[in-house]
Design a binder for this molecule. Structure first.
Ligand code: HEM
Length: 134
């Protein structure tokens, strides 16, 4: 590696094993906590493909190997269009991910910046309902 190259977020937090730990904790929380039941119900029974896919997405998104981006032709926002994501389920996603990140990544400034980005993405995935927009 070029010694002068800026460190990627992927390298900063410890690469794919660190992302996988966070993702696993996220889905473990989703599976076990009543507060995330609505979010859990939106997903398929088997969460293993999601554990693999979210790890792959975040690996590419944080500057690691780009395999997921090369394989997946749709953008992450398009994938979520039509899933019927509400403000409530978006809030559950962000809350579970914040807990998972805080528990598994010992880097509070990084976790804070990452969660800000996830909160923006999640807000875009849950457009206001017609009543809320009126
Ligand atoms: C707004 C809150 C969100 C909700 C309610 C939500 C929900 C879902 C659901 C229901 C699926 C399909 C699951 C299945 O087929 O079993 C999915 C797929 C996925 N989501 Fe989310 N999601 C949210 C936010 C995000 C964010 C912010 C990211 C990225 C940081 C993300 C990354 C992914 C990935 C990578 C997939 C898998 C795509 C694939 O392999 O086909 N999601 N999401």
């Amino acid at each position: 590696m070029n010694a002068t190259a800026p460190q990627t977020p992927f390298d900063r937090i410890g690469g794919e094993p660190a992302i996988r730990r966070m993702v696993d904790r996220f889905y473990d929380l989703m599976e076990s906590e009543a507060a995330y039941a609505e979010l859990r119900a939106m997903h398929a029974d088997d969460l293993l493909p999601m554990r693999v896919s979210l790890t792959g997405f975040l690996t590419a998104w944080m500057g690691g190997p780009r395999t997921w981006f090369e394989r997946e032709k749709s953008c992450i926002m398009s994938i979520h269009r039509g899933l019927g994501i509400s403000r409530a389920t978006a809030a559950q996603w962000v809350d579970a991910m914040r807990r998972a990140a805080q528990e598994t990544i010992n880097d509070p400034p990084f976790v804070s910046a990452m969660m800000e980005a996830f909160a923006h993405m999640s807000a875009g995935m849950a457009p206001p309902s017609e009543q809320e927009a009126a």
